[in-house]
Design a protein. Structure first.
Length: 191
């Protein structure tokens, strides 16, 4: 029971049902956010691993298969990260991945938009675990097989990671712009 003072005297309000509804909304949003993140991560990771196994089983290393003028398939092995940096530094890459995942999970936890947070977090997890954990620990390298002109070969995990990080950056920019707009409106209201 909650008491509230008004001009006419004490007025009783029941905060119980309101609080229970807010808790229920929070739980539904959290379940949506984390469930969506795990679902997107699972689907992305499965697609990544399946396509890499197909490429390894059916494509000789280095052979190019032209699909259309700007897209080809060519299986390569990458023991580094983007653009071949940190070649052979598997444990350093895995450690950096763990730190990055912790940062992303913290951001997802704080994000108030459950669908956006779940999708972005799931894409980042699919990309980081697909390349930087499973493949590197199992093989010591990542299989890349998608080839564009003038660009290093990549795979489904790379696509997921770039899309997830892009979405996280977009969400962060929107949050910062919304906070700035709120501060501006409050400063105009106080004048």
């Amino acid at each position: 029971m909650c008491e509230m003072q008004t001009a006419g005297g004490a007025e009783s309000l029941t905060a119980g049902p309101f609080r229970k509804e807010r808790v229920a909304q929070f739980r539904r949003a959290a379940l949506l956010k984390w469930g969506l993140m795990l679902g997107v991560a699972g689907v992305g990771l499965a697609l990544d691993q399946i396509t890499k196994r197909i490429a390894e089983d059916r494509m000789p290393l280095g052979q190019v298969y032209e699909l259309i003028p700007f897209l080809a398939l060519q299986r390569t092995q990458n023991s580094g990260v983007s653009f071949g940096m940190f070649k052979g530094q598997t444990w350093l890459i895995v450690l950096a991945t763990v730190v990055a995942v912790i940062v992303v999970l913290a951001f997802v936890r704080m994000e108030k938009r459950p669908v956006m947070a779940g999708v972005a977090g799931g894409l980042v997890l699919a990309g980081t675990f697909g390349n930087n954990v499973f493949d590197r620990l199992r093989q010591g390298y990542v299989t890349d097989f998608i080839k564009l002109p003038y660009w290093p070969n990549f795979n489904v995990a790379d696509i997921a990671l770039v899309a997830g990080v892009g979405l996280l950056i977009w969400m962060l920019i929107r949050s910062l712009l919304a906070a700035e707009a709120k501060r501006d409106s409050q400063s105009h209201d106080s004048h």
